[in-house]
Design a protein around this ligand. Structure first.
Ligand code: FMN
Length: 376
């Protein structure tokens, strides 16, 4: 199968993954409107074509949080993406590192922080959720520090898990989920972690201390539901700012006032994101939310954006709207499922080529020149 675009990787992933896992990655919240408008709003952004302006030397490199990157792209956190390939997150992190971009490990990963950091020559980023047990959070911060994590991505748009109907149908969530019942009946409740994919069961690398021997999908989903902390407020984040002295990036901002609160907190960056349409359906797409946020906080912190990015052209579009860097979600998870770490490398290569084409035809040679002037 020819893998020339994100669509190809998605199709290949659909063929390779068990249905519940494909749906878990591919799906969104409620009727999935926001998930789709993330993509369609980006697609509708028209760029201004300019010609005959010497675009022979295009430089995609940039510096984010003090680190030189080959292009303004990072792999964002995707929970349990390690199930998409054997030791999946470790493979993806190495591919990102070889391509010169950061990899962000989710709290709820298959491979542990220690395993991924060890397998990746450059420092990784780590994503932390708001967990009721602050002791667990402190422990994770200490582990992140110990393995040399460069930046902490703190996700704030999941005070409660979104309503994802596909997961309820497939068995990823829900008390009487069909998949769980089938596995129970087979006497293999933990088998869901593997589902015949790679010959041995998966576990949740960072949650071993809290999940213990229980490692079935139901245990994982149950722990998530019971431990996310909806009571947290901006005022409570001072301790986090104190506890983490490296770059702190607040992920899940859709409103200019929240972006200002992040700047006031002393965060180094934000990710304008609606979690890929997996939380509240009906909220603005990132592309629509971004310009007002950029107007409110540009220059005060680094603005990253994600949700709906499917090509290097989309990266350029979000940068034209005010982002300084772009995170990928489903795009890399599907590439990993399609062809392991090599798939992620291929995908990043395709994104770089697509960025170059978009920059050449809008007549910008450096990413710092990408701004609203290239919008039609
Ligand atoms: N965001 C987090 O902050 N932590 C996670 O653990 C996490 N898990 C995710 C799992 C899946 C399967 C997907 C698709 C997204 C997840 N996200 C998580 C959100 C992504 O980081 C990112 O915001 C989103 O995927 C961007 O949308 P896109 O996939 O349409 O590009």
């Amino acid at each position: 199968m020819i893998l020339a675009s994100s669509k190809d990787f998605r199709r290949a992933a659909q063929r390779r993954l068990p249905r519940f896992l494909f749906d878990y990655i591919d799906g969104g919240a409620y009727d999935e409107r926001t998930m789709h408008t993330n993509v369609s709003d980006l697609t509708e952004i028209a760029l201004k074509q300019r010609v005959l302006r010497d675009v022979s030397k295009i430089d995609l490199s940039t510096t984010l949080f003090g680190r030189k990157l080959s292009m303004p792209v990072a792999l964002g956190p995707v929970g349990i993406s390690g199930m998409c390939a054997r030791r999946g997150e470790t493979q993806a992190a190495l591919a990102a590192c070889n391509a010169g971009v950061p990899f962000t490990l989710s709290t709820v990963s298959i491979c542990s922080l220690e395993e991924v950091a060890k397998g990746c020559p450059a420092p990784i980023w780590f994503q932390l959720y708001v967990i009721r047990d602050r002791g667990f959070m402190r422990d994770m911060l200490a582990r992140a520090k110990a393995v040399g994590v460069q930046a902490l991505v703190f996700t704030v748009d999941m005070p409660v898990p979104g309503a994802r109907y596909r997961d309820a149908h497939s068995g990823m969530s829900g008390r009487y989920a069909p998949l769980q019942r089938v596995l129970q009946a087979m006497g293999k409740p933990g088998w869901a972690w593997d589902v015949g994919l790679h010959g041995r069961p998966h576990s949740l690398g960072n949650l071993a201390s809290v999940l213990g021997a229980k490692s079935g999908l139901g245990d994982y989903m149950g722990w998530l539901g019971a431990n996310f902390d909806p009571a947290i407020r901006w005022e409570d984040l001072d301790w986090l700012r104190q506890a983490w002295d490296g770059p702190l990036i607040i992920k899940g901002i859709l409103d200019p006032d929240d972006a200002k609160s992040a700047a006031k907190l002393g965060a180094d960056g934000i990710v304008v994101s609606n979690h890929g349409g997996r939380q509240l359906d009906g909220v603005l797409s990132s592309a629509r939310a971004l310009p007002a946020i950029a107007d409110a906080v540009k220059g005060k912190l680094t603005i990253l954006a994600d949700s709906g990015v499917r090509s290097g052209l989309d990266v350029v579009r979000l940068m034209a709207l005010g982002a300084e860097g772009v995170m990928l979600g489903r795009a890399w998870a599907f590439a990993l499922a399609a062809n392991g770490g090599a798939g992620v490398s291929q995908m990043l290569d395709i994104f770089a080529k697509e960025m170059r084409v978009a920059m050449a035809l809008t007549s910008v040679c450096n990413v710092s020149e990408i701004d609203r002037s290239i919008l039609a």
